[in-house]
Write a protein that binds this ligand. Structure first.
Ligand code: ATP
Ligand code: MG
Length: 428
């Protein structure tokens, strides 16, 4: 026997027992974005490697060691997208969506990062993201945060997550702060772990982001970016906080929140949970006013966030997902050759007559008993029964499967009416 081929490590099948949870989350999110006037955009999964190098930054974890990069047959260097912002900005510039207009966009789909797979961290994972363009003020920052807060409420996760907030200031104020931070870190170079020593030269702000417990005291005592913000960024941040206060959104200002990517400026935020172990960030975002220009467009303020779908599903799993019913209303049992021939057509006619009706038609023959077993396993509350006699009389049987209701015989037209009113009564 030949060896089974396995999925690529860190890339998961999402099996039918969990897809209802995914559909519940995706459906809720779609409704939410509609309610705020956001439009969907779909970008390719593969982009030029150069796009990510220029946007995410050469000295970030993603670009240094996490990208799936390969050479195309014609020699171009391509990368499976590790995140959505770069592609969204590229698409916006290329299609003229950003100049002299505002955009509120959302996307969802798989992302790829070559990380060590563990709970909540995969090599193919999914994000749902939002990007806005052409809006510079703290009002849109607040809208994005309010929108995410509403989502947690709708999903029943409001008590599971908390908001952390910081401002990274302008790139000038960050450069000035960087020098101050580097000097401090140099003074304590002996206390830096290996990663941080490397970052000290390449990307010192990332040292603040270290999760190493041994580094926390050093990080806590470090000079704060918030003490070195430029006046405009400080005012922006204060106004955002005031808007959140007015809306009753609770937050913690975390001066060590710097985010992993180079392109952020001013507002950054994360929604974190303590219910998922080490992989606690479920949604992260911020302002990236310089990125459009950096990628060749005209200077355009921008702000966005991305949610990790696997982590949200894991959280939903803990709280119980409302029973979304995708199971059939009726399982159509077909007894005898004539019924097998006519069954598919009857199911088609009933679907024509009753919009939204879900029928699973039995295929492949078999005994009354084995078909009823399958009807039971399908989860359908009703069996429709088409036997020889029913075929000859142009009728069909309906039998409730979840209670001891009697089987009834009726014409096809009556069956359609019966099913429609059944769906109305069960509110489905
Ligand atoms: P982390 O600190 O957990 O590595 P990150 O800063 O690299 O996160 P972002 O690039 O901000 O993550 O991506 C936004 C969200 O996508 C994260 O908050 C997380 O929920 C999710 N995410 C990121 N990487 C992964 C992954 N490898 N597997 C599953 N989800 C992920
Ligand atoms: Mg990461």
């Amino acid at each position: 026997m030949s060896k089974h081929i396995q999925a690529v490590r860190g890339m998961n099948d999402i099996l039918p027992d969990v897809t209802p949870a995914w559909r519940y989350l995706e459906g809720t999110v779609r409704g939410l974005f509609d309610a705020y006037g956001y439009q969907e955009i779909r970008m390719p999964i593969v982009e030029s490697t150069e796009l990510f190098k220029r946007s995410i930054g050469e000295v970030t974890d993603i670009v240094e060691k996490e990208m799936y990069t390969f050479e195309d047959r014609n020699g171009d260097m391509l990368t499976l997208r590790p995140e959505g912002t770069a592609g969204c900005v590229r698409a916006g510039i290329q299609n003229g969506l950003l100049h002299n207009q505002t955009q509120r966009l959302w996307y969802s789909g798989p992302m790829f990062r070559h990380e060590r797979p563990q709970k909540g961290r995969y090599r193919q994972f999914h994000q749902i993201g939002v990007e806005t363009f052409g809006l510079a003020g703290p009002d849109i920052d607040a809208e994005l945060i309010l929108m995410s807060a509403r989502l947690w409420k709708q999903l029943g996760l409001a008590d599971a997550v908390e908001l952390q907030l910081n401002s990274l200031g302008s790139s000038e104020s960050r450069t000035a702060y960087r020098a101050i931070l580097v000097e401090y870190l140099w003074h304590h170079a002996d206390q830096l772990d290996e990663d941080s020593q490397r970052r000290l030269n390449s990307n010192p702000l990332r040292v603040l982001d270290s999760k190493n417990p041994q580094m926390q005291a050093l990080i806590a005592a470090a000079p704060k970016l918030s003490d070195h913000l430029d006046a405009a960024s400080r005012e922006h941040f204060e106004q955002l906080c005031a808007l959140l206060d007015a809306a009753g959104v609770r937050y913690t200002i975390n001066p060590c929140l710097v985010r992993g990517l180079d392109y952020y400026s001013k507002t950054v935020f994360e929604w974190v949970t303590d219910k998922l172990g080490a992989q606690g960030t479920v949604c992260a975002g911020g302002r990236f006013d310089g990125l459009v220009e950096q990628l060749g467009g005209r200077g355009t303020p921008a702000m966005g966030f991305a949610m990790g779908v696997e982590r949200l599903i894991a959280l939903l799993d803990q709280g119980g997902i409302p029973q979304q019913d995708y199971r059939p209303h009726a399982y159509l049992v077909l007894l005898g050759e004539q019924a097998q021939r006519e069954g598919l057509l009857l199911a088609e006619r009933l679907r024509d007559a009753v919009p939204g009706l879900r029928i699973e038609t039995h295929c492949g023959g078999g005994s009354f008993k084995s078909q009823f077993k399958k009807a039971d396993r399908s989860g359908a509350p009703l069996a429709l029964i088409l036997g020889e006699e029913e075929c000859q009389q142009g009728r069909v049987g309906i039998k409730p499967l979840r209670d001891d209701g009697e089987q009834q015989q009726m014409s096809h037209g009556e069956a359609a009416e019966w099913l429609a009113s059944y769906m109305q009564q069960t509110n489905d």
